[in-house]
Design a protein around this ligand. Structure first.
Ligand SMILES: O=C(O)CCC(=O)C(=O)O
Length: 205
């Protein structure tokens, strides 16, 4: 079941080769961990060293924590790595056991309420391993997650990411699509999202 426009064929002139867009479906698992596990993980994650960074001089509409092999530079800011907690390391192991992957880092985002958000972007910094999936675990208030083909203004697909759910974006996904979590139109409480990634290590091209 492909959810994105399959091709731009038909809009090209004579003699032009139609380039097929890749159809890549994320894996969405609604109850990867139980509600009780999600609640417990959310409670422990609250005491991480959260910071609200700035982008172009303005506070970003969410708080962040970075756990990884080195500092993460993106969108005009640099996050120094915090240490792995046993709870987050245990979830990483459960993702690896079920879906594979050699995740060596995780970016955590905390959305305090409906006004926090993340705008359209791809997780495609040069340090990120594009041959590796990104696994996104959600805790707390459900929020809408949107995906569209990069370079378009179309909303291709929306997911409601509920507490304890896991969305695995396959390798290459970030190069083809972008995603966002818009402000919520209804009041909501705190949500924490963990995106497990693999960063290239020194010496890797
Ligand atoms: O909160 C989310 O579900 C998305 C987070 C995100 O876009 C990111 O970490 O790059």
């Amino acid at each position: 079941m492909g959810f994105l426009r399959r091709s731009n064929a038909g809009i090209l002139g004579r003699g032009k080769i139609a380039v097929e867009f890749p159809i890549m479906e994320p894996i969405y698992v609604e109850s990867f961990i139980t509600p009780a596990e999600a609640q417990a993980l959310l409670a422990t994650a609250q005491s991480l060293p959260w910071t609200r960074g700035k982008f172009r001089g303005r506070p970003v509409p969410r708080e962040e924590v970075w756990i990884g092999p080195y500092s993460y530079r993106f969108s005009g800011r640099t996050l120094a790595p915090a240490g792995w907690t046993s709870e987050i390391a245990a979830v990483r192991e459960r993702i690896r056991a079920q879906y594979g992957g050699a995740y060596n880092s995780v970016l955590l985002n905390r959305y305090l309420d409906e006004d926090d958000s993340v705008s359209w972007h791809s997780d495609d910094e040069p340090e990120m391993d594009p041959t590796h999936p990104i696994a996104s675990l959600s805790l707390g208030a459900p929020r809408v997650f949107r995906i569209r083909l990069s370079g378009t203004k179309d909303d291709a697909q929306s997911y409601l990411l509920t507490s304890g759910s896991l969305l695995v974006m396959p390798p290459g996904f970030q190069q083809a699509y972008e995603h966002c979590v818009p402000k919520s139109t209804t009041a909501c409480g705190t949500r924490i999202n963990l995106t497990f990634r693999r960063m290239k290590l020194p010496g890797e091209a």
